[in-house]
Design a protein. Structure first.
Length: 505
C-alpha cells in the first residue's frame, strides 16, 4: 500500500495475539490530518484491541506504526500522550471531586519551586475549554456537571497536551440528541484545525453525519477502508456482518393463519418505553407461544431493551403491561416473581457463578423467587439439578461439578436450566448461542422451539441474523437505540432485516 502524503497515522500489518486468540491479523489503518475516521465492527472485530495497541495499553506482536512519518513504539499511555495521541474513553476517566481545572491539568500542573501555580492552572484550563467551546466555571467540581459537560472536559484535557491525534471511544453513548449535535460541532472545529480524529462508534446515523472515512474490521481482520459518502448504508451493514444481500437465501415462513402470533394473547407489552442513554420510545408486544426476535447491530439497543423489561434498569418514559395490567419492576427480583427470566449476553460475568456447583447454580433463581423464608432443601436441589441435567443433556460427571470446569455450551445449558426451573412465562434470551459449539447450539435452538410450542413467550436476541430469521415469528429491528421496523411472517428475511437496519424499507 502506498504512503499517503496527508497521513498522520499509518498502521501496517498490525497483529496482536492472546493465548488461543488472534485478536488482530495483518490490519492496516490510516488516519489523515483534518479527517474524522470512524472505526467500526461488531463484537470481537478487534476495534478495542487496535486502540489499546495504539495507545500503549498492549504491545503489538507484529506490524509497524508511523506517526507523522516516524516509527513509534507505544509502551504506555503516558508515552503515547507525549507523542501527541490522546484518548477519551466511553466512561469518562476523570476525578469527580476535583475541580474542572484540576482535572484538565492533573499530572501536568504548572509548578515553581515544587509549588503548583494555581493561576496558571486556571488560565490553562480556560484555554483548553475554549478549544471545545465550553463556557463553564473552571473552579466548580466535576461532579456537579452533566455527563455531556464531563465529556467535553475530558476532550479538553486530551487537547491540553497539544494532541495531533484524538481517539474518541463511544463518545455519544450517554448523550442526548442536542448534546450529540454540540459534540459534533466541536469535532468539526477540531477537524478544521487539522487534527486527525478517530471515532469508535456503533451508531450508523452518527457515522454518516460526522465521519469522512470508515474502516471496518471483522474477526480481527481488515474488511476495508471506505469514503463515507461513497459507501451505501446497506453495504456498510453487510460488510460488518460478513454477508452480502445477494448471498442470503429467502427464508421459508408459513403464511399467517389462525395459529399465528396475531391470534395469540399478548403477555408483555411495551408502550413508548425509554431511558436516556439506553433506548428511545420502544413499542413492542410479546405473545404467549411466540418467539419475538430483536435484531440490530451491536449498540443498537437490544440488550438495553432486555434490561429495561427485566428491571435491571428503570424506564424513564412509557409503560409496560403484563397480562394487560401495568407492570413496573424496580428490581430483577420483582421480575422473577412475576414470571420473567433472563439469560444475559455475557454468561461468564453476568450469568454463571463459576466456583459454585451445577446444583447450586441451577437452584439460584428459584430460591430468589421463593424468598429467604422458603429455603429449597438439599434434596430438592439435587432432584431439580438431576432433572435438568437429563433434560438438557448437560455433560458432567455429577451435579456437584463446579460450573467453571464445564465447556461453554454446557455452561449455557446450566444457565438455561436455572431459569427453566422457575417455570417462567417470559424467557429473555440474550445471545444464547454465542461462543458455543455447533452441536450445543443446535440443541439450544431446538429447545427454544419446544418451549414456544408449550406456550412460553420468548424474546430472542442474537447477532446471528440466520438464527433470528429461522426461529422468530416476529422480528423487531433496532438501529441507534430506536425501533426502526417490525417484520412478520414472509417479511422476515436476512436481506429485509439488513435493509431495515440500513434505513431502507
Amino acid at each position: 500500500m502506498e504512503t499517503d502524503p496527508r497521513a498522520l497515522l499509518e498502521i501496517r500489518g498490525l497483529a496482536k495475539y492472546f493465548p488461543g486468540v488472534k485478536a488482530l491479523q495483518g490490519v492496516d489503518f490510516t488516519v489523515r490530518r483534518g479527517e474524522v475516521h470512524a472505526l467500526m465492527g461488531e463484537n470481537g472485530a478487534g476495534k478495542s484491541t487496535l486502540i489499546k495497541v495504539l495507545t500503549g495499553v498492549y504491545r503489538r506482536d507484529a506490524g509497524t506504526i508511523h506517526l507523522d512519518g516516524r516509527v513509534i513504539f507505544p509502551n504506555s499511555p503516558k508515552d503515547v500522550e507525549a507523542l501527541g495521541i490522546s484518548t477519551v474513553y466511553q466512561e469518562v476517566n476523570l476525578i469527580p471531586h476535583l475541580s474542572i481545572a484540576e482535572n484538565i491539568c492533573l499530572g501536568r500542573q504548572p509548578a515553581r519551586f515544587g509549588m503548583i501555580r494555581w493561576r496558571a492552572v486556571t488560565r490553562r484550563a480556560r484555554a483548553a475549554l475554549e478549544r471545545v467551546d465550553l463556557k463553564v466555571d473552571v473552579h466548580q467540581h466535576l461532579s456537579a456537571c452533566s455527563i455531556a459537560v464531563q465529556q467535553m472536559v475530558a476532550i479538553a484535557r486530551a487537547l491540553d497536551i497539544s494532541a495531533k491525534l484524538l481517539v474518541l471511544d463511544e463518545p455519544t453513548s450517554s448523550l442526548d440528541e442536542k448534546e450529540v449535535a454540540e459534540l459534533f460541532d466541536v469535532i468539526r472545529k477540531l477537524r478544521a484545525q487539522g487534527l486527525g480524529i478517530v471515532i469508535v462508534t456503533h451508531f450508523i446515523d452518527q457515522v454518516y453525519a460526522i465521519s469522512d472515512r470508515i474502516t471496518i474490521l471483522r474477526d480481527g481482520r481488515l474488511v476495508g477502508e471506505y469514503e463515507t459518502a461513497k459507501l451505501p448504508r446497506t453495504e456498510l451493514v453487510s460488510r460488518m456482518i460478513g454477508k452480502a444481500l445477494s448471498e442470503m437465501p429467502p427464508a421459508k415462513h408459513e403464511t399467517p393463519g389462525e395459529s399465528t402470533a396475531s391470534q395469540r394473547t399478548p403477555l408483555m407489552q411495551l408502550r413508548n418505553v425509554g431511558r436516556a442513554g439506553s433506548v428511545t420510545g420502544i413499542d413492542l408486544s410479546i405473545n404467549r407461544g411466540e418467539v419475538v426476535g430483536l435484531a440490530g447491530l451491536l449498540g443498537s439497543g437490544r440488550t438495553e431493551t432486555a434490561r429495561l423489561i427485566f428491571g435491571i434498569d428503570k424506564p424513564q418514559t412509557g409503560e409496560m403491561l403484563l397480562d394487560g395490567n401495568p407492570a413496573r419492576f424496580t428490581s430483577p427480583r420483582q421480575a422473577i416473581r412475576a414470571g420473567l427470566a433472563f439469560t444475559p449476553e455475557n454468561r461468564k460475568s453476568d450469568g454463571i457463578i463459576p466456583h459454585l456447583s451445577i446444583r447450586e447454580n441451577i437452584s439460584l433463581a428459584l430460591q430468589a423467587r421463593q424468598g429467604v423464608g422458603n429455603t429449597i432443601s438439599r434434596q430438592q436441589q439435587e432432584e431439580i439439578a438431576d432433572q435438568f441435567i437429563k433434560l438438557l443433556d448437560i455433560r458432567t460427571p455429577s451435579a456437584e461439578q463446579l460450573v467453571i470446569n464445564l465447556s461453554g455450551g454446557n455452561q449455557q445449558k446450566v444457565l438455561l436450566a436455572r431459569w427453566l426451573a422457575t417455570h417462567p412465562r417470559l424467557l429473555i434470551l440474550d445471545e444464547p448461542t454465542r461462543g458455543i459449539d455447533v452441536g450445543a447450539k443446535a440443541e439450544i435452538l431446538k429447545l427454544i422451539q419446544s418451549l414456544r410450542d408449550e406456550g412460553m413467550a420468548i424474546l430472542f436476541i442474537s447477532s446471528e441474523l440466520e438464527e433470528v430469521v429461522r426461529d422468530s415469528q416476529r422480528v423487531i429491528v433496532l438501529r441507534d437505540r430506536v425501533k426502526v421496523g417490525e417484520l412478520t411472517g414472509p417479511q422476515i428475511t436476512e436481506a429485509a432485516i439488513m435493509r431495515t437496519i440500513a434505513g431502507h424499507q
